[in-house]
Every structure is written in structure tokens, then in C-alpha cells.
Design a protein around this ligand. Structure first.
Ligand code: PHE
Length: 452
């Protein structure tokens, strides 16, 4: 069984594929608008704290469970804990990532639309034009829903090609490209007139903006962005080799993820301030500011602006794709192994279920009255996953690894059977996993539900 599961082929492939899962719309789309709505630099500091204290130990824990068990999420948790009930944490992860795939595909579909529109030169016009373009498009009942489903189908076809040829190959090529392009656009954005205010907004903290809400949002964003708490990392770790250094890989992935998020902020905010878009304008931020940046920053050479705009949306689509692949893979691995289905068939189950959710999420954006607890279905799915399900998954994982599993087993996985150079970090890791992660998350969740 183990041999035909597939493995990542190289060390770089492991880091890039897992970073491919982590880096996505969470960094380029969600991080900037969250930062904008929660006060800029102060939010980023809390966010960084969440990554260091909760994110990296949480990632290592998921890696430990997945690599040890070499199985799909549900089975991995049950095997690791030597108790079937823990398999439910894996199932919770599968459910969470499927819900995320449903609403994430809608935004990825918007990116597809913007890719097409920039290729056809349709995004040209003043600020009002660009604003209206987004509003009209996103509230159309048919097109965004169709594009969301198309995105899930593209994911489906990569998934059925398998781990090494599909997931790893795509990630190795796209991740470095995304990084280079981001750098180019950051330079362009920071050189626009009036960009300084945006840079200041991102780099000068105003601590009076900190509130419990900011902590909650930062925590949710950190988990969302690191793909943590969905058992996604656990599934990817099941394709790691025995020699993969788990702490080092988690550190590298978290660093790349944070860097890309901050670069995305540096790409958006200077430009937003320059063209007069409010930093707290929410989920539509990147779809309204960026077309302006491409036009204004490259006004001296429109052809260059045209090419960069196409490349940018293409890469955004790819960054989203490496993430949707990981969300899809968790459920596919589960159905393949547990229901003994062919990979292709198992993948269809997920594709169909998530497509239905994507259509409803898309309809809930400014059209149908699809509201849940006072939020549109799309916002509700985002809230439910980022602020409730992901933290819960991560908390349960750390309780399992820190308190319930065999100590020797955890240590062996962390230190690669005493062979890795990170042995001396083990006591710190254990402290975070036993106390810091569960207590913090519990307090935050209790606050969220009004218990404290
Ligand atoms: N981390 C991904 C991003 O930032 C989103 C994601 C969440 C992927 C959960 C997998 C699981 O875009």
C-alpha cells in the first residue's frame, strides 16, 4: 500500500510543494485586505507572533502525525493516536478544506476572469471604471459561478496526475516565478506618486488599533495562510521522506509564506493610497487597486504594463492552483484509501461536492439572498473555517501530539531518530505544543463565543 501512494521526489520539491499549498490567495488577496481592515502594521506584528508561537509548532505537529503514519488524514490521526476516535480530527480537517475549496474557488475564478480581461485589454479606464468593472462582474449570476467551477475542474485534472508528476512539478516551476514577479510589481507600486503613505501604513504600527478582534483575525489569517488545522499539511507530510527535517521545513515554509504576504502588502497599499482606494475596502481590494497600478505605473510604456498585468493574474491563478490542489488532495487521498476507489473516481466526489458549494457561494456575493447568521454564505464559510474550524483542528492536533501520543514516537519523528541537527529545539517545541498552542487557541475561541 505504502509504495503506490507516491512520494515527493526531492528535498526542494517537498518545501516548494508544501509552500505551494501555503502560498496562495491567502497571501496575495486575504492578507492585504485583512491588514487593511485591522489597522496595518500593528496587525502584522500580531500576525508574526501567531506564526512564530502557534504556527510553526502547529505545522511541525501536523508533519509528525502525517509522516509517521504515511496515510490519509483520518487514518493518520487514528494510527498516530492508536485510537479510532482521533480519526475524527482528520475528518474535521477534510471537511474544513473542502469548505475552503468551495469559496476559495470563487475568488480564484475572479482571478481567471481578470486574466482574460487583461489579455483582451478590457481593464483600461479610470478609477471609477475599474471599480464598476469589479462590481458588475462579481454580481453577475452566471459567469463567476461558472469560472469557480472551471477552477475546481482544473484542480481535478492536476490531482488525477498524482503527487510527483502533478503537484510537485507544477509547484517547482511556479513558486519562484511568482516571487520574481511580485518583486517587480512592488518596485512599480512603491514608485507611484504618494506611495509613501501606503508604506507607512504597513510599516509604522499604531498600537491603539489593537483589539481582541484584531487578535482573532490575525490568528485566523495565520492558520489560513499556513494551511494549518486542515490536516492538509498532515497529508503532504505523508509524502515526505524519512530524512525530511520537519522543523527546518516548517521554518522555511513559514518564512516564505510571511515574506510573500508582506510583499503583497507592499504591492497593494502604496498603490491603493496613490490611487485613492481606501485600505479597508475589503475582499475586492486587489481587484480594484491593481488594474490601476498596471496602468499608472507603466503609463510611460503601456505595452510593458499590459504584459506585467497578464503575468500577474496568471501567476495569481497558479498560486491559487497550488493551494486548491492541496485542499483537494486531502479528500481525494481519504476517499481513495478508505473507500478503495480509483484516484480519479475519488477525486470526482470532491470535485462535485465543492463545485455545488462554489456555485452557492458565488451567488451569495451581492445577488441571491443567501445569508447565514447575518453574513453572505461566502463570508460565512470564510469565517467558519478561518476562525472556528482551523483553530479547533490545530488545537486538537497539539493536544494529541503534546499529551496523548507516545512521547518516544513524537521525539523520534521530531529528531529523525536522533539524527537531525535540530534535537536541541525539542524541549521548546514540546513546551509550545503542550501549553502555548492549546491554551492560546482555547482562550481565543472562548472569547470568540463570548465565554470570556
Ligand atoms: N494557505 C492557502 C493560502 O494561503 C489556503 C489554504 C488553506 C490551503 C487551507 C489549504 C488549506 O492561500
Amino acid at each position: 500500500m505504502k509504495n503506490d501512494r507516491g512520494n515527493f521526489g526531492s528535498k526542494l520539491g517537498i518545501v516548494l510543494a508544501t509552500a505551494g499549498s501555503a502560498v496562495g490567495l491567502g497571501n496575495v488577496w486575504r492578507f492585504p485586505f485583512m491588514t487593511g481592515q485591522n489597522g496595518g502594521a500593528a496587525f502584522i506584528i500580531v500576525y508574526l507572533g501567531c506564526i512564530l508561537l502557534l504556527g510553526i509548532p502547529g505545522m511541525v505537529s501536523e508533519f509528525i502525525v502525517g509522516r509517521h503514519s504515511q496515510a490519509n488524514a483520518a487514518r493518520a490521526y487514528a494510527t498516530f493516536a492508536r485510537g479510532k476516535a482521533w480519526g475524527l480530527v482528520g475528518i474535521l480537517g477534510i471537511l474544513t478544506s473542502s469548505i475552503i475549496l468551495g469559496f476559495y474557488a470563487v475568488v480564484a475564478g475572479w482571478c481567471l476572469q481578470y486574466l482574460g480581461a487583461s489579455a483582451m485589454g478590457r481593464l483600461k479606464g479610470d478609477n471609477t471604471f475599474v471599480l464598476n468593472y469589479f462590481q458588475q462582474f462579481s454580481s453577475d449570476p452566471v459567469k463567476p459561478a461558472v469560472l469557480g467551477v472551471v477552477f475546481i475542474l482544473i484542480t481535478h485534472f492536476v490531482i488525477v496526475r498524482g503527487v510527483k508528476d502533478g503537484i510537485e512539478r507544477v509547484s517547482k516551476l511556479l513558486m519562484p516565478l511568482l516571487f520574481i514577479l511580485l518583486l517587480i510589481i512592488v518596485v512599480a507600486s512603491c514608485s507611484l506618486p504618494g506611495a509613501g503613505k501606503g508604506i507607512e501604513f504597513l510599516l509604522r504600527p499604531d498600537f491603539s488599533k489593537l483589539s481582541s478582534q484584531v487578535f482573532l483575525e490575525a490568528l485566523g489569517q495565520a492558520f489560513f495562510s499556513l494551511s494549518l488545522g486542515t490536516a492538509c499539511l498532515c497529508t503532504y507530510a505523508s509524502y515526505f521522506t524519512r530524512h525530511t527535517n520537519l522543523l527546518q521545513s516548517a521554518g522555511q515554509i513559514a518564512m516564505v509564506d510571511f515574506l510573500i504576504a508582506v510583499l503583497s502588502g507592499l504591492m497593494i497599499f502604496p498603490a491603493a493610497f496613490s490611487v485613492g482606494v481606501l485600505p479597508d475596502s475589503g475582499p475586492s481590494l486587489i481587484f480594484i487597486t491593481l488594474p490601476n497600478v498596471f496602468q499608472q505605473a507603466f503609463a510611460f510604456m503601456p505595452a510593458l504594463g499590459y504584459v506585467i498585468s497578464i503575468m500577474f493574474y496568471a501567476l495569481l491563478v497558479f498560486a491559487a492552483l497550488t493551494s486548491t490542489i492541496s485542499m483537494h488532495e486531502i479528500g481525494t487521498a481519504f476517499f481513495t484509501e478508505e473507500l478503495k476507489l480509483k484516484r480519479n473516481r475519488a477525486a470526482w466526489i470532491l470535485t462535485i461536492a465543492c463545485s455545488v458549494l462554489a456555485v452557492f457561494c458565488s451567488l451569495s456575493v451581492g445577488k441571491a439572498d443567501l445569508q447565514v447568521m447575518g453574513r453572505s454564505l461566502m463570508d460565512f464559510c470564510d469565517f467558519l473555517t478561518a476562525q472556528v474550524m482551523l483553530p479547533t483542528g490545530a488545537m486538537l492536533t497539539s493536544i494529541l501530539v503534546g499529551w496523548c501520543a507516545s512521547k518516544q514516537l513524537v521525539r523520534d519523528e521530531f529528531t529523525n531518530h536522533e539524527t537531525s541537527g535540530v534535537k536541541s529545539f525539542y524541549p521548546y517545541y514540546l513546551f509550545c505544543v503542550r501549553y502555548v498552542v492549546p491554551i492560546f487557541i482555547l482562550l481565543i475561541l472562548m472569547h470568540q463565543f463570548g465565554v470570556i
